[in-house]
Ligand binder design. Structure first.
Ligand SMILES: C[S@@+](CC[C@H](N)C(=O)[O-])C[C@H]1O[C@@H](n2cnc3c(N)ncnc32)[C@H](O)[C@@H]1O
Length: 360
Protein backbone atom coordinates (compact mmCIF):
# COMPACT_ATOMS: atom_id res chain seq x y z
CA UNK A 1 0.00 0.00 0.00
CA UNK A 2 1.44 3.37 -0.99
CA UNK A 3 0.34 5.42 2.01
CA UNK A 4 0.61 8.73 0.17
CA UNK A 5 -2.10 7.60 -2.24
CA UNK A 6 -4.61 6.40 0.33
CA UNK A 7 -4.31 8.31 3.61
CA UNK A 8 -6.65 11.11 2.62
CA UNK A 9 -10.14 11.82 3.87
CA UNK A 10 -13.41 11.22 2.02
CA UNK A 11 -13.80 14.04 -0.51
CA UNK A 12 -16.57 16.51 -1.36
CA UNK A 13 -19.20 17.98 0.92
CA UNK A 14 -21.77 15.17 0.91
CA UNK A 15 -23.23 13.07 3.72
CA UNK A 16 -20.13 10.86 4.12
CA UNK A 17 -17.47 13.50 3.40
CA UNK A 18 -14.80 14.63 5.84
CA UNK A 19 -16.18 18.16 5.40
CA UNK A 20 -19.42 17.04 7.05
CA UNK A 21 -17.93 14.77 9.69
CA UNK A 22 -15.01 16.60 11.24
CA UNK A 23 -16.39 17.91 14.54
CA UNK A 24 -13.93 15.83 16.63
CA UNK A 25 -11.04 17.47 14.79
CA UNK A 26 -12.75 20.87 15.14
CA UNK A 27 -12.89 20.41 18.92
CA UNK A 28 -9.11 19.88 18.93
CA UNK A 29 -8.64 23.10 16.95
CA UNK A 30 -10.75 24.93 19.53
CA UNK A 31 -8.76 23.46 22.42
CA UNK A 32 -5.47 24.46 20.76
CA UNK A 33 -6.50 28.12 20.42
CA UNK A 34 -4.67 29.36 23.53
CA UNK A 35 -1.46 27.56 22.53
CA UNK A 36 -1.68 29.12 19.06
CA UNK A 37 -2.28 32.53 20.57
CA UNK A 38 0.70 32.28 22.93
CA UNK A 39 3.01 31.04 20.19
CA UNK A 40 2.01 33.63 17.57
CA UNK A 41 2.03 36.53 20.03
CA UNK A 42 5.44 35.52 21.28
CA UNK A 43 6.74 35.50 17.68
CA UNK A 44 5.23 38.93 17.03
CA UNK A 45 6.24 40.46 20.34
CA UNK A 46 7.94 43.36 18.56
CA UNK A 47 5.68 43.37 15.50
CA UNK A 48 5.07 40.99 12.60
CA UNK A 49 6.97 40.81 9.32
CA UNK A 50 5.44 42.67 6.38
CA UNK A 51 4.12 39.34 5.12
CA UNK A 52 3.33 36.63 7.69
CA UNK A 53 3.88 33.26 6.00
CA UNK A 54 1.96 30.41 7.46
CA UNK A 55 1.60 26.74 6.48
CA UNK A 56 -1.08 24.31 7.64
CA UNK A 57 0.13 20.75 7.10
CA UNK A 58 -2.51 18.04 6.63
CA UNK A 59 -5.20 20.68 6.08
CA UNK A 60 -7.74 18.27 4.53
CA UNK A 61 -10.82 19.83 2.94
CA UNK A 62 -13.77 21.16 4.84
CA UNK A 63 -14.76 23.92 7.25
CA UNK A 64 -11.81 23.21 9.58
CA UNK A 65 -9.30 24.19 6.88
CA UNK A 66 -10.28 27.84 6.66
CA UNK A 67 -11.37 27.93 10.32
CA UNK A 68 -7.70 27.52 11.22
CA UNK A 69 -6.65 30.25 8.78
CA UNK A 70 -9.33 32.51 10.22
CA UNK A 71 -8.15 31.77 13.78
CA UNK A 72 -4.56 32.74 12.97
CA UNK A 73 -5.64 35.95 11.22
CA UNK A 74 -7.89 36.78 14.20
CA UNK A 75 -5.02 36.34 16.64
CA UNK A 76 -2.57 38.47 14.62
CA UNK A 77 -5.22 41.09 13.92
CA UNK A 78 -6.20 41.43 17.60
CA UNK A 79 -2.55 41.74 18.67
CA UNK A 80 -1.87 44.38 16.03
CA UNK A 81 -4.87 46.40 17.18
CA UNK A 82 -3.95 46.01 20.83
CA UNK A 83 -0.30 47.01 20.34
CA UNK A 84 -0.84 49.42 17.50
CA UNK A 85 1.25 47.31 15.08
CA UNK A 86 0.85 47.35 11.33
CA UNK A 87 -1.38 44.40 10.22
CA UNK A 88 0.76 42.20 7.96
CA UNK A 89 -0.20 40.55 4.69
CA UNK A 90 -0.81 36.81 5.07
CA UNK A 91 0.52 34.17 2.75
CA UNK A 92 -1.17 30.89 3.58
CA UNK A 93 0.01 27.53 2.27
CA UNK A 94 -2.50 24.71 2.65
CA UNK A 95 -0.74 21.38 2.41
CA UNK A 96 -2.10 17.87 2.16
CA UNK A 97 -1.46 14.69 0.19
CA UNK A 98 -2.11 14.89 -3.57
CA UNK A 99 -5.31 12.81 -3.22
CA UNK A 100 -6.84 15.48 -0.96
CA UNK A 101 -9.87 17.29 -2.34
CA UNK A 102 -8.18 20.67 -2.89
CA UNK A 103 -10.98 21.79 -5.23
CA UNK A 104 -13.48 21.84 -2.36
CA UNK A 105 -11.14 24.16 -0.42
CA UNK A 106 -10.49 26.41 -3.40
CA UNK A 107 -14.24 26.92 -3.85
CA UNK A 108 -14.42 28.19 -0.26
CA UNK A 109 -11.66 30.76 -0.70
CA UNK A 110 -13.68 33.53 -2.39
CA UNK A 111 -16.50 33.49 0.22
CA UNK A 112 -13.79 33.43 2.90
CA UNK A 113 -12.22 36.60 1.45
CA UNK A 114 -15.62 38.32 1.41
CA UNK A 115 -16.29 37.35 5.03
CA UNK A 116 -12.85 38.56 6.07
CA UNK A 117 -13.42 41.93 4.40
CA UNK A 118 -16.86 42.22 6.08
CA UNK A 119 -15.55 41.31 9.53
CA UNK A 120 -12.19 43.05 9.56
CA UNK A 121 -12.75 45.86 7.08
CA UNK A 122 -9.94 47.52 5.17
CA UNK A 123 -7.14 46.38 7.50
CA UNK A 124 -7.46 42.84 6.08
CA UNK A 125 -8.83 43.55 2.60
CA UNK A 126 -6.68 42.09 -0.17
CA UNK A 127 -4.13 40.97 2.38
CA UNK A 128 -4.61 37.21 2.48
CA UNK A 129 -3.16 35.01 -0.27
CA UNK A 130 -4.08 31.34 -0.12
CA UNK A 131 -2.58 28.52 -2.14
CA UNK A 132 -2.51 24.72 -2.08
CA UNK A 133 0.67 22.67 -1.70
CA UNK A 134 0.19 18.99 -2.58
CA UNK A 135 2.76 16.58 -1.15
CA UNK A 136 3.71 14.59 1.91
CA UNK A 137 4.88 16.50 4.94
CA UNK A 138 7.55 13.81 5.24
CA UNK A 139 9.22 15.45 2.21
CA UNK A 140 10.49 19.01 1.57
CA UNK A 141 7.54 21.26 0.73
CA UNK A 142 8.86 24.84 0.96
CA UNK A 143 12.03 26.85 0.16
CA UNK A 144 14.61 27.30 2.90
CA UNK A 145 13.76 29.74 5.72
CA UNK A 146 10.56 30.81 3.99
CA UNK A 147 7.91 30.27 6.71
CA UNK A 148 7.16 32.18 9.91
CA UNK A 149 4.69 29.74 11.36
CA UNK A 150 3.82 26.08 10.83
CA UNK A 151 0.67 24.41 12.09
CA UNK A 152 -0.66 20.88 11.88
CA UNK A 153 -3.70 19.36 13.57
CA UNK A 154 -5.06 15.80 13.66
CA UNK A 155 -2.55 14.66 11.02
CA UNK A 156 0.84 13.75 12.48
CA UNK A 157 -0.35 10.43 13.92
CA UNK A 158 -0.35 9.17 10.30
CA UNK A 159 2.91 7.48 9.39
CA UNK A 160 4.68 7.83 6.05
CA UNK A 161 4.38 4.08 5.48
CA UNK A 162 3.17 0.89 7.07
CA UNK A 163 6.04 -0.21 9.36
CA UNK A 164 8.25 -3.01 8.06
CA UNK A 165 8.28 -6.50 9.59
CA UNK A 166 4.58 -6.76 10.46
CA UNK A 167 4.16 -10.15 8.72
CA UNK A 168 3.68 -11.92 12.06
CA UNK A 169 0.84 -9.58 13.09
CA UNK A 170 -1.67 -11.97 11.52
CA UNK A 171 -5.32 -11.45 12.30
CA UNK A 172 -4.64 -7.90 13.51
CA UNK A 173 -4.52 -4.69 11.53
CA UNK A 174 -2.70 -2.55 14.09
CA UNK A 175 -1.17 -2.87 17.56
CA UNK A 176 -3.59 -5.12 19.44
CA UNK A 177 -3.90 -7.46 22.41
CA UNK A 178 -2.25 -10.59 21.06
CA UNK A 179 0.11 -8.84 18.63
CA UNK A 180 3.42 -10.75 18.79
CA UNK A 181 6.50 -9.18 20.39
CA UNK A 182 8.32 -6.89 17.97
CA UNK A 183 5.21 -5.32 16.50
CA UNK A 184 5.20 -2.45 18.98
CA UNK A 185 8.91 -1.81 18.30
CA UNK A 186 8.24 -1.80 14.54
CA UNK A 187 5.58 0.89 15.00
CA UNK A 188 7.72 2.94 17.38
CA UNK A 189 10.72 2.74 15.01
CA UNK A 190 8.64 3.98 12.10
CA UNK A 191 7.17 6.80 14.19
CA UNK A 192 10.63 7.85 15.42
CA UNK A 193 11.97 7.91 11.84
CA UNK A 194 8.97 9.88 10.58
CA UNK A 195 8.74 12.47 13.34
CA UNK A 196 12.52 13.03 13.22
CA UNK A 197 12.31 13.55 9.45
CA UNK A 198 9.40 15.95 9.91
CA UNK A 199 11.36 18.07 12.43
CA UNK A 200 14.51 18.11 10.27
CA UNK A 201 12.62 19.23 7.15
CA UNK A 202 10.55 21.89 8.93
CA UNK A 203 13.68 23.26 10.58
CA UNK A 204 15.05 24.04 7.11
CA UNK A 205 11.83 25.63 5.91
CA UNK A 206 11.04 27.86 8.88
CA UNK A 207 12.75 31.19 9.64
CA UNK A 208 15.29 31.26 12.49
CA UNK A 209 13.18 31.72 15.61
CA UNK A 210 10.03 30.60 13.68
CA UNK A 211 7.20 28.86 15.54
CA UNK A 212 5.34 25.62 15.14
CA UNK A 213 2.17 24.30 16.84
CA UNK A 214 1.35 20.62 16.35
CA UNK A 215 -1.71 18.77 17.64
CA UNK A 216 -2.21 15.04 17.19
CA UNK A 217 -3.44 11.89 18.88
CA UNK A 218 -1.32 10.46 21.64
CA UNK A 219 -1.67 7.98 24.46
CA UNK A 220 -1.37 8.37 28.19
CA UNK A 221 0.36 5.15 29.19
CA UNK A 222 3.49 3.38 28.00
CA UNK A 223 1.28 0.37 27.24
CA UNK A 224 0.99 0.44 23.44
CA UNK A 225 -2.52 -1.05 23.53
CA UNK A 226 -4.23 2.17 24.45
CA UNK A 227 -7.85 3.18 24.18
CA UNK A 228 -6.82 5.16 21.07
CA UNK A 229 -6.32 1.84 19.24
CA UNK A 230 -9.63 0.25 20.17
CA UNK A 231 -11.43 1.54 17.08
CA UNK A 232 -8.90 -0.28 14.90
CA UNK A 233 -9.35 -3.46 16.94
CA UNK A 234 -13.11 -3.24 16.41
CA UNK A 235 -12.46 -2.70 12.70
CA UNK A 236 -10.33 -5.87 12.64
CA UNK A 237 -13.17 -7.80 14.28
CA UNK A 238 -15.64 -6.43 11.73
CA UNK A 239 -13.31 -7.46 8.89
CA UNK A 240 -13.21 -10.98 10.37
CA UNK A 241 -17.03 -10.96 10.57
CA UNK A 242 -17.05 -10.17 6.86
CA UNK A 243 -14.55 -12.94 6.17
CA UNK A 244 -16.57 -15.58 8.06
CA UNK A 245 -19.60 -14.53 6.01
CA UNK A 246 -17.57 -15.06 2.82
CA UNK A 247 -17.27 -11.45 1.69
CA UNK A 248 -13.54 -10.98 2.34
CA UNK A 249 -10.47 -13.25 2.37
CA UNK A 250 -8.50 -13.83 5.58
CA UNK A 251 -5.25 -13.48 3.62
CA UNK A 252 -6.25 -9.94 2.66
CA UNK A 253 -6.87 -9.09 6.32
CA UNK A 254 -3.48 -10.56 7.28
CA UNK A 255 -1.69 -8.31 4.80
CA UNK A 256 -3.51 -5.13 5.88
CA UNK A 257 -1.98 -2.87 8.57
CA UNK A 258 -2.84 0.68 9.53
CA UNK A 259 -0.04 3.30 9.27
CA UNK A 260 -1.04 5.09 12.48
CA UNK A 261 0.82 5.68 15.74
CA UNK A 262 -0.24 7.62 18.84
CA UNK A 263 2.90 8.43 20.85
CA UNK A 264 3.27 9.14 24.57
CA UNK A 265 4.46 12.59 25.66
CA UNK A 266 7.73 10.91 26.68
CA UNK A 267 8.31 9.47 23.18
CA UNK A 268 7.62 12.87 21.61
CA UNK A 269 9.97 14.71 23.98
CA UNK A 270 12.80 12.21 23.41
CA UNK A 271 12.63 12.72 19.63
CA UNK A 272 12.52 16.52 19.92
CA UNK A 273 15.49 16.54 22.32
CA UNK A 274 17.50 14.03 20.31
CA UNK A 275 17.06 15.92 17.04
CA UNK A 276 17.71 19.34 18.63
CA UNK A 277 16.16 21.39 15.80
CA UNK A 278 13.39 22.87 17.95
CA UNK A 279 12.88 23.56 21.63
CA UNK A 280 9.67 22.52 23.26
CA UNK A 281 7.89 25.57 24.69
CA UNK A 282 4.76 23.83 25.90
CA UNK A 283 3.08 20.46 25.83
CA UNK A 284 -0.56 20.01 26.76
CA UNK A 285 -2.78 16.98 26.77
CA UNK A 286 -6.53 16.94 26.33
CA UNK A 287 -8.88 14.03 26.83
CA UNK A 288 -11.60 13.64 24.25
CA UNK A 289 -14.46 11.57 25.57
CA UNK A 290 -16.74 10.43 22.75
CA UNK A 291 -19.54 9.50 25.20
CA UNK A 292 -20.11 13.12 26.23
CA UNK A 293 -20.74 14.03 22.60
CA UNK A 294 -24.13 12.41 22.58
CA UNK A 295 -27.04 11.49 24.78
CA UNK A 296 -28.67 9.17 22.19
CA UNK A 297 -29.08 5.37 22.47
CA UNK A 298 -26.15 3.02 21.95
CA UNK A 299 -27.04 1.98 18.36
CA UNK A 300 -27.31 5.59 17.25
CA UNK A 301 -24.02 6.38 18.97
CA UNK A 302 -22.45 3.33 17.33
CA UNK A 303 -23.57 4.56 13.91
CA UNK A 304 -22.31 8.09 14.63
CA UNK A 305 -18.86 6.90 15.67
CA UNK A 306 -18.71 4.52 12.70
CA UNK A 307 -19.56 7.37 10.32
CA UNK A 308 -16.81 9.64 11.64
CA UNK A 309 -14.33 6.75 11.53
CA UNK A 310 -15.41 5.84 8.00
CA UNK A 311 -14.67 9.24 6.42
CA UNK A 312 -11.10 9.05 7.69
CA UNK A 313 -10.33 5.40 6.97
CA UNK A 314 -12.44 4.43 3.96
CA UNK A 315 -10.00 5.46 1.18
CA UNK A 316 -7.35 3.19 2.78
CA UNK A 317 -9.78 0.27 3.12
CA UNK A 318 -11.05 0.65 -0.44
CA UNK A 319 -7.49 0.67 -1.78
CA UNK A 320 -6.86 -2.70 -0.13
CA UNK A 321 -10.23 -4.50 -0.14
CA UNK A 322 -12.10 -2.78 -3.01
CA UNK A 323 -15.29 -0.78 -2.59
CA UNK A 324 -17.94 -3.51 -3.03
CA UNK A 325 -18.55 -4.30 0.64
CA UNK A 326 -17.86 -1.01 2.40
CA UNK A 327 -21.51 -0.39 3.38
CA UNK A 328 -21.79 -3.91 4.80
CA UNK A 329 -18.48 -3.58 6.61
CA UNK A 330 -19.46 -0.33 8.29
CA UNK A 331 -22.87 -1.72 9.30
CA UNK A 332 -21.06 -4.48 11.19
CA UNK A 333 -18.58 -1.96 12.49
CA UNK A 334 -21.36 0.28 13.86
CA UNK A 335 -22.77 -2.75 15.74
CA UNK A 336 -19.35 -3.63 17.15
CA UNK A 337 -18.83 -0.01 18.28
CA UNK A 338 -22.34 0.15 19.81
CA UNK A 339 -21.64 -3.04 21.74
CA UNK A 340 -18.30 -1.71 22.95
CA UNK A 341 -19.53 1.70 24.08
CA UNK A 342 -22.45 0.18 25.96
CA UNK A 343 -19.87 -1.20 28.41
CA UNK A 344 -16.77 1.00 28.00
CA UNK A 345 -15.74 4.59 27.68
CA UNK A 346 -14.39 5.64 24.30
CA UNK A 347 -11.64 8.05 25.18
CA UNK A 348 -8.82 9.60 23.19
CA UNK A 349 -5.86 11.66 24.20
CA UNK A 350 -4.74 14.65 22.18
CA UNK A 351 -1.31 16.23 22.49
CA UNK A 352 -0.73 19.88 21.59
CA UNK A 353 2.89 20.98 21.42
CA UNK A 354 4.40 24.37 20.81
CA UNK A 355 7.94 24.55 19.41
CA UNK A 356 10.45 27.30 18.67
CA UNK A 357 13.11 26.74 16.04
CA UNK A 358 16.56 26.77 17.58
CA UNK A 359 18.76 29.40 16.01
CA UNK A 360 22.11 27.58 16.15
C1 LIG B 1 -8.11 14.12 10.05
S1 LIG B 1 -7.48 15.12 8.77
C2 LIG B 1 -7.19 16.63 9.64
C3 LIG B 1 -7.55 17.81 8.82
C4 LIG B 1 -7.50 19.17 9.49
N1 LIG B 1 -6.15 19.53 9.87
C5 LIG B 1 -8.44 19.25 10.67
O1 LIG B 1 -7.98 19.59 11.76
O2 LIG B 1 -9.63 19.01 10.48
C6 LIG B 1 -5.83 14.49 8.54
C7 LIG B 1 -5.22 14.98 7.25
O3 LIG B 1 -3.81 14.66 7.25
C8 LIG B 1 -3.46 14.37 5.92
N2 LIG B 1 -2.18 13.66 5.91
C9 LIG B 1 -1.88 12.44 6.41
N3 LIG B 1 -0.59 12.13 6.15
C10 LIG B 1 -0.08 13.20 5.49
C11 LIG B 1 1.21 13.48 4.94
N4 LIG B 1 2.22 12.61 5.04
N5 LIG B 1 1.41 14.66 4.32
C12 LIG B 1 0.40 15.57 4.21
N6 LIG B 1 -0.85 15.35 4.70
C13 LIG B 1 -1.07 14.17 5.33
C14 LIG B 1 -4.63 13.51 5.45
O4 LIG B 1 -4.67 13.43 4.03
C15 LIG B 1 -5.81 14.27 6.04
O5 LIG B 1 -6.35 15.18 5.15
Amino acid sequence: MVVENVVHMNAGDGESSYANNSSVQKSLLLKSRQVLEDSINDYGINGFPQCFKLADLGCSSGPNTLFLVNTVIDIVHATCQHKDFHVPEFQVFLNDLPGNDFNTIFKMVQPFHSRLADEKGDTCKDKCFISGVPGSFYTRLFPSTSLDFIHSSSSLHWLSQVPEKLESNKGHIHLAEGSPPGIFQAYLNQYTRDFSTFLRLRCREITPNGRMVLAFQGRSSADPISSGCILFELLAKSLHDMSSEGFLREADIDSFNIPFYNPTTYEVKVIIDTEGFFSLKSLQTFKHDVEIQSSSDKDTRGRMVAKVFRVVNEPMLVAHFGDTYMDKLFQRYAQRVAEYISKNKLEFLHLVISLNRNTN
